[in-house]
Write a protein that binds this ligand. Structure first.
Ligand code: FES
Length: 124
């Protein structure tokens, strides 16, 4: 493991949370990065209007995996609207400072999460 990487990133990279697929999911979606073609899949289940379960599979770099882990951990239990009102800065803060070239991986995961949630909200 490289030295100097932020603890937030390392915490999620070493032991990603919420990996997998939600059983009896209410909504599932997949997004592909336009830059590198890496892919992230999310699935969720709602209960009383909140994200009772939110899981992911990431086929990408370590930052994408850590970002999806941090994003799902942060978003679980929240109302989709609260997630949609947040900004990628939430995720950047959770992971800690990353090299500039890896920030687009964080942005990709964030955009993947919110675009799927938004699509679901529009169809609900
Ligand atoms: Fe593709 Fe990070 S290099 S998401």
């Amino acid at each position: 493991m490289k030295a100097g990487l932020p603890m937030g990133f390392l915490r999620h990279f070493r032991a990603p949370r919420n990996v997998g697929r939600v059983e009896d999911a209410d909504w599932e979606w997949e997004r592909k990065s336009p830059w590198c073609q890496d892919t992230v899949r999310f699935s969720l289940r709602l209960k009383h209007g909140r994200l009772e379960a939110l899981r992911f599979h990431a086929y990408g770099c370590g930052v994408a995996i850590a970002a999806a882990s941090a994003a799902t951990e942060w978003a679980k239990g929240k109302r989709p609207k609260a997630v949609l009102e947040a900004r990628v800065a939430v995720l950047e803060r959770l992971l800690g400072p990353l090299p500039e070239r890896k920030r687009r991986c964080v942005a990709f995961v964030w955009e993947a999460l919110v675009s799927g949630l938004k699509e679901r909200e529009e169809r609900a």
